[in-house]
Structure formats: C-alpha cells, structure tokens
Ligand binder design. Structure first.
Ligand code: FDA
Length: 378
C-alpha cells in the first residue's frame, strides 16, 4: 500500500523531526524516503569496527543552541538517548604554535609575544586593530578585518578561507566571516551557546529513537525520483532544490564538498591535544584534523584521525555564498513557491533552502514549519 498522509524525502534532521511530529502529535501515517543506506543525514555516526571509536561519517557534529525550545525537543527521549554536556574546543597551528580558536587573550599573547592579563587590555588592543566598516563591509575580507584586523586575518583566516572555498575572501559575501567570534577574555570554548552537548550513544541512536513509531515507515536506499505510484497527502522535500527542479532548464547550484581522509593509528593516548585542530596556513593542503576519540572521553588502544580537504565535487555540503548563486537560488525558490501552492509540497532543510544551517536551526525550522502548516503551537 503506497498511500501515506505524509511523505518525507530525506531522513536527515529536518525530515526526521517532521516525521516524528506528524506521527506522534497528529497520528499520521508517514513514510520517510532516504536514498542513502542509513538514517541521520549528515549527522550520521557509527562505531568504527577496527577501533571501537564512535565517529561521524560526514564530518564532526557538535550540537549547540541557545533555544530552550530546541533543547527541550532534543531531550524528550532523555531516558533512552541522553545528551551529555560537551564544551567544544578548537586549536589552530599558526607560526608553528598551537593556539586557541576563536581568538582569545591566549591566542594574541602567544602569536604576538604580548602579555595581556585582562579584558580591558584585550578590548583596547582589539579596538586599535579592527578596521571598521560599519555595516558597509563589501566582502568577506573587509568583514573579517573589521573583526580581527589585517594581521590576524592574514595569519588565521585568509588562507583557510581560500582553502575552504577556493576563492579569495574578497570574492565572497560578507556573511561568510560576519560571525567569526573574537573573545576579549580567556574563554577557550568554541561556542558560547547555553546548551552544548553530544548524544551519549551517538546521533544515529538518537535518530532511531525519534523515528521509532508504528506510524513511521523508513525506506532506505530509495531515490524519491525513482518512485512511482507513491500517493502522499503532503510531501516534504529535504533534498537539493535544484535536483527537484532539474527539468526546468536552470543551471545547477554551486556547492563545496569535503574529502575525508581517515587514518588509524595504534595509540592508546591521543594524536593531538583537542578534538579539532585547524590548519589555516597555505602550505598545508587540508583544512583541519578531527580526532574523534576525544569526544565524550572515549577509550581505545587505537586512535582515528580524519583530515578534511575541501573539494568541488562530492556530496553537496556548503552552498557557495556568492551573489550569482543567491540570485539563482531565488529563481528556484519561485518554482518552489508555485509548487507549494499547487500540490502540497514543502521545501525544508539545508539543501532545499540552499542555506548552511546548524543542527539546532534545522530542528527549529522543521518544528516551525510543522506548527505553521498544521496551525499548532507546542
Ligand atoms: P541532511 O543533508 O542531513 O539530510 C538530507 C537527506 O536527504 C540526506 O540524508 C540525503 O541523502 C537525502 N536525500 C537527498 N535527495 C534525496 C532523494 N532524491 N531521495 C531520497 N533522499 C534524498 N551543524 C551543527 O550544529 N554543528 C556541527 O558541528 C555541524 N557540523 C557539520 C559538518 C559538516 C561537514 C556539514 C556539511 C554540516 C555540519 N553541520 C553541523 C550542519 C548539519 O549537518 C545540518 O544542520 C543538518 O544535517 C541539516 O539536516 P537536513 O535534514 O536539513 O539535511
């Protein structure tokens, strides 16, 4: 029987949250169609067979949010799939030194041989080096320099940005560097959000739990576009918007991807002092190394390190924030609006809206979409 109240394309965070809401709140019959062999979308993680280490397949995923609503939502199944507080920290190798990222007092002291001891010394130094552009920053370079000045921009951001996007920061939209955090204290945490945590048993187990319902059918290894005879009351599409409208003759949207290079080392300790170490300098071909064993204090006689290389081809990860791409997306968005009116299909999530969104935002947008369409508030 291929008749469903709700069809959801994609078993990532956006799709899973919508499936859970329709099944548990409205008792609708839901099918989730996923072309990969697993649920979880890009949050998918697994226990590596050789080492027993829990790791992500599509890059490290650190959950952080300031939203009470999102935090309450993810904790609903706390007894089975609890979340553990995790304050993420990142280091960068710059001038042969390992320094904290975001830039804080220790970063500046270490790179410039200074001896700032408090917030007011750091604040006045930052004020003296920032090249303010006050809401009129023309591109990502100017925006970054307005936050960290030219020298730190060159040391930490210029080549990293070039590696990540294969474009100069001056060619990218200011929003790319608009949220570079800079600290005027000794806080070493990567995020400042109130809630920062990792799922104790991993993201995939959390997804399994939220999708567990006799109202939900999950169909893996299935491309939505290859399905015939599926009948849906409503459809939520979380795949790439340009794949949905591929017959409309518009150019494809541009994405950056990542090639992950995994190495297993026999080492009962650690390879590097933090889970993530960035390599912003131009002579190193990768952008960062992730050592998963750090997350939630795992133990193993081995360790796994994953080097990340930014590439043009591969899975679509990051929309490239350039004016031409944003204008092209707007055309797809018009098609999406028309389709929404005609046939109860909704476009949701990072690929269908061509926006980089963090996990908490993906959850919030899915919850809000459910509430808006079904006229419900929680
Ligand atoms: P997602 O891509 O997860 O899911 C879409 C699903 O649709 C996929 O499983 C895909 O296979 C499926 N699909 C597509 N086309 C289909 C078709 N035709 N038929 C069937 N299925 C189809 N966020 C954060 O908060 N902290 C972090 O540390 C990170 N880290 C991070 C690292 C990297 C490398 C990336 C790329 C992203 C992050 N994120 C993140 C962001 C996070 O991954 C993101 O918020 C969620 O994955 C969004 O979930 P979606 O469901 O929208 O997309």
């Amino acid at each position: 029987d291929l008749n469903y109240d709700v069809c959801i394309v994609g078993a990532g965070l956006s799709g899973a949250v919508l499936a859970e809401r329709y099944a548990n709140v409205l008792h609708k019959k839901v099918v989730v169609i996923e072309k990969r062999s697993h649920i979880g979308g890009n949050c998918y993680d697994y226990v590596d067979e050789q080492t027993g280490i829990l790791m992500n397949l599509y890059g490290a995923h650190l959950f952080h949010t300031d939203s009470e609503k999102v935090w309450r939502y993810v904790n609903q199944w706390h007894e089975e799939v609890p979340w553990i507080r995790w304050d993420h920290e990142v280091r960068a190798v710059v001038d042969g030194k390992l320094v904290p990222v975001p830039v804080n007092i220790n970063t500046v002291n270490s790179l410039f041989g200074l001896n700032f001891r408090n917030t007011s010394e750091m604040t006045s130094w930052l004020n003296s080096i920032q090249k303010k552009c006050d809401g009129n920053c023309a591109n990502a370079k100017e925006m970054a320099e307005s936050r960290v000045g030219s020298v730190l921009f060159q040391k930490i951001f210029a080549s990293y940005t070039k590696k990540q996007w294969d474009k100069d920061a001056s060619e990218l939209e200011p929003l790319v560097t608009a949220r570079i955090p800079v600290r005027n204290d000794f806080d070493q945490r990567y995020f400042s959000d109130r809630f920062q945590a990792l799922p104790k048993h991993g993201y995939t187990k959390w997804f399994e739990r939220i999708l567990r319902s006799d109202k939900i059918t999950v169909q893996l290894n299935t491309d939505y576009f290859a399905l015939k005879d599926l009948k849906c009351g409503k459809t939520f599409f979380t795949g790439p918007i340009d794949s949905y409208f591929s017959k409309e003759g518009l150019p494809k949207l541009e994405y950056r991807s990542i090639r992950f290079e995994k190495t297993v080392l026999r080492n009962s300790g650690f390879f590097q002092p933090a889970s993530v170490v960035n390599y912003p300098e131009p002579n190193v071909p990768f952008t960062r190394i992730v050592e998963y064993k750090h997350f939630l204090w795992q133990k193993s006689d081995f360790t796994v390190i994953v080097k990340e290389f930014s590439t043009d081809d591969g899975e679509p990860y990051y929309p490239v924030p350039k004016k031409t791409n944003i204008a092209l997306y707007d055309k797809y968005k018009e098609l999406a609006n028309e389709a929404e009116k005609k046939s109860s299909i909704f476009f949701v999530g990072r690929l269908a809206t061509y926006k980089y969104i963090n996990m908490d935002r993906a959850i919030l947008l899915a919850l809000e979409m459910f509430e808006k369409i079904e006229n419900r508030t929680r």
